[in-house]
Structures are given as C-alpha cells and as structure tokens.
Design a binder for this molecule. Structure first.
Ligand SMILES: Cc1ncc(COP(=O)(O)O)c(C=O)c1O
Length: 399
C-alpha cells in the first residue's frame, strides 16, 4: 500500500440508495418540515429503544439543552464526566447550573462509585449526567442504585450509544437485556445523529423519556415555547361567542427553534432500519483490532464487549516507553492518509471552564487517559484492506 492512496477518517456515515430515495420522496411531498416523517421517526425510535416517548430535534446539543431546561434549576449541582464532548456539560451551564466533574474508570466511563461517595456526603446534588462513552454503557445496576437511593435527576447522554445493550436484574433476580435509550433508570436519554454517529440525519438529535410531563415540555420547548391548546389567555384565545380563534397560539415558556425537518427524519428512518447491521460491522472491526493488538504496546480501552455499540474504538499507548510522541504519531498517520482523533480533552481544563474556576480537580485517571488514549477509524464501510492498512501503519509507527 502506498501513502496517498487512502483517506481514512475516524468515523463516517454510510448512505445507500434507499436513504437517497427516502429523502427524495420527502422533497416531492407537501411537508419539508413539521410533517408526518418527524412523528414516524419518533415512533421508530421508541419502538427500537423501548422508551415510551421520543422528541426528535435539530441536533444532540439541542436535545441536551432542552433536557437541562426541564431537569435542572439555576444553581443546581450536577455530577458529570470530564471525558465527553463539550456539549454534555455545556448544557448544564446553559441553564445556570453547575457541573461537578467526577473522575473516570479504566474504560473511559464516569466512576459511579465515586459519584455514590460524593452523593453520600453532599445532599445538595440534584442530578447526574452520565455518558455511555464510546458506546459502552455505564454500569447500569449502579445507575439504578443511584436513582433509587438518592432520588436525583438522571440523564444518559447516549450520543455514542444508540443500539447498545445493557444487562439489569429484575426484582425476581433474573437478568434482562435492554436497549440504551429505554430510560429504565433515568429521566431522559439523548441521542445525536451527526454523521460520525451510528445513524445520521445530517444534523439531528432526540430526547427519549418515559415521563409524559417531560415529553410534553420537550415538544413545547422545541418550538419556541408555543402551545396550541390549554390556553391561559382566555380573552385572546376565544371570541365573544366562545369560538376558539383559529389563528391563536400562546407562548408559555421560553423555547427555541430546535425543530428537525422531515427530510432529516426520512433519512433517519431509513438509517434506523440498518442500525443493527451497522453495529454488527463495527463489532467485526473491533474484534479484528483487538486481535491485531494482542501482546503489543497498543491496549484496547476494554476487551471486546458485545453490548457496546462501538461508536469509538479507543486504544491506549504508554508513550513514555516510546520515542515517538502522540502528536508525532497523529502527524505520521495523517501522512499515511489515516486521521486519528482524540476523545476527549478533559472538559474541566478548557479555558472557558477555567475562567469559571474549574481545572484544578483531582482527576488522575482522566489526565492519564488524556496522555495515552486515541481513537482509530471505525465505521461500517471501512474495508478489510483499510483495516489492515490502519493496523500495519500503527504498528510500524509504534515500534
Ligand atoms: C457525548 C456527546 N454528547 C453530545 C454531543 C452533541 O451532539 P451534536 O453534535 O449532535 O450536537 C456529541 C457529539 O459529538 C457527543 O459526542
């Protein structure tokens, strides 16, 4: 293989003819937005995950923002992970609440035992925002324990984890497998449909919940805080004969335009049908990488886990043992047409967060992870040849 033949990103969408057909059908229809495809997509998400309600929105960040508006009050303290995309904790800041960053475990997920310790000491904590990092669910039995014992709000940022499964124990002691997003032990789960995620709508996101009140509020906040029923201003809503004024709408909350289009939802519906196949392909690639790196300096973040949706395939390398630095490795791999990525820079170290007083937290696992970790290409259309090429180039540079 010659350098220059390849351009391999860490993640990429998979679009086929059926996806294109689905989009064109909407373009030929009466509704480009606020039409039937939005509700169809929401129903399909409920059916897939097992959640009662879904609200599809313009992106994953909007899903988090709406969720924070519903779950949090100004000044609330919220436990969350430093190992995520900025949007998770930003959504806490958007509503004037305060993230508290908790260290991670070896698998990159938030340390829920640490969360329990903190919750036992500090009764003022109002919520926990967990991220199923890389698609590998957090320990759901512990999430359940936290929900039951501390009665705080729980949000699962599931941007990495649509299609992931988790095991949980029923009251009769039997184990069950459920889909991430069914909100069995949380108030809300959110998804992102950005092109690097498992399924895409271009930009897009969703809020999943089993709580009817949350569902109703999320729908209103998605559309400017506007309602078309249960009016407060009776004098403006009805004429003197008691007829409803047909033009009337009412703003009862400060909402946003976080709507998603029918074009996007048609794409999402078509993609969702293929989600399990996409994940099967990701599993094949993860297994191949695992095997290729056996007994080498390249350590997969966790041994193969069939419940993970493998949005990311993260490895760790102790660069102290090598002459090459992580930056040099990224440049070398880029020259070979392979674009590595790092998920993530500790959020508490971002200058904006430092200005707010963050940055000095004792998070040894997160800081060590930042030194060692990086993400390899993984997506359904990554060919065998490309997978072999990534493995070969990585090993060559890390000798
Ligand atoms: C963990 C996590 N949360 C939230 C988001 C935000 O999603 P979006 O890009 O759709 O706004 C992302 C996307 O990168 C993410 O990875």
């Amino acid at each position: 293989m010659e350098n220059g033949e390849f351009k391999i990103p860490y993640g990429k969408q998979t679009i086929d003819e059926n996806d294109k057909k689905a989009v064109i059908e909407v373009l030929d229809s009466d509704y480009l937005t606020t039409g039937p495809k939005v509700e169809e997509f929401e129903s399909a998400l409920c059916e897939y995950t097992g959640a009662k309600y879904a609200v599809a929105v313009s992106n994953g960040t909007a899903a988090l923002h709406i969720s924070s508006l519903i779950l949090l009050q100004k000044g609330d303290l919220v436990l969350t992970t430093p190992n995520s995309f900025l949007a998770t904790s930003n959504s806490i800041l958007y509503v004037g609440a305060k993230p508290i960053f908790v260290d991670i475990k070896e698998d990159g997920n938030i340390n829920l035992d640490k969360c329990i310790e903190i919750l036992e000491k500090n009764k003022n904590i109002k919520a926990l925002y967990a991220v199923h990092f890389s698609g590998n669910p957090v320990e759901m039995e512990k999430l359940k324990y936290i929900k039951e014992k501390f009665n705080i709000k729980i949000l699962e940022d599931s941007a990495h984890a649509i299609g992931a499964n988790y095991k949980w124990r029923m009251e009769n002691g039997e184990w069950r497998i459920s889909k991430i997003g069914n909100c069995k032990f949380s108030d809300i789960a959110t998804f992102s449909f950005h092109p690097v995620k498992h399924i895409t709508t271009g930009e897009g996101g969703a809020i999943l919940t089993n709580d009817e009140e949350i569902y109703k509020k999320a729908k209103i906040l998605r559309n400017h805080g506007m309602v078309k029923e249960n009016f407060i201003n009776k004098d403006l809503a009805y004429d003197k004969k008691g007829n409803l004024n047909p033009w009337y709408y009412e703003m009862q909350m400060l909402g946003f335009n976080y709507r998603i289009t029918d074009i996007q939802c048609a794409l999402g519906l078509s993609q969702l049908k293929k989600l399990d196949d996409f994940i099967a392909k990701r599993h094949q690639i993860a297994k191949k990488y695992d095997k290729a790196f056996e007994n080498s300096i390249i350590k997969p973040l966790y041994p193969f886990n069939k419940n993970s949706a493998y949005h990311l395939y993260v490895v760790r390398v102790d660069f102290n043992k090598l002459n090459i630095t992580k930056a040099e490795l990224f440049y070398k791999m880029k020259e070979a047409g392979i674009f590595l990525q790092l998920h993530y820079i500790p959020i508490n170290k971002q200058p904006y967060y430092k200005k707010l007083g963050y940055g000095k937290e004792d998070l040894p696992n997160m800081y060590k992870y930042y030194e060692e970790a990086f993400s390899l290409p993984i997506y359904p259309s990554l060919s065998e040849v490309e997978q072999n090429y990534v493995i070969e180039k990585l090993k060559e540079n890390l000798q």
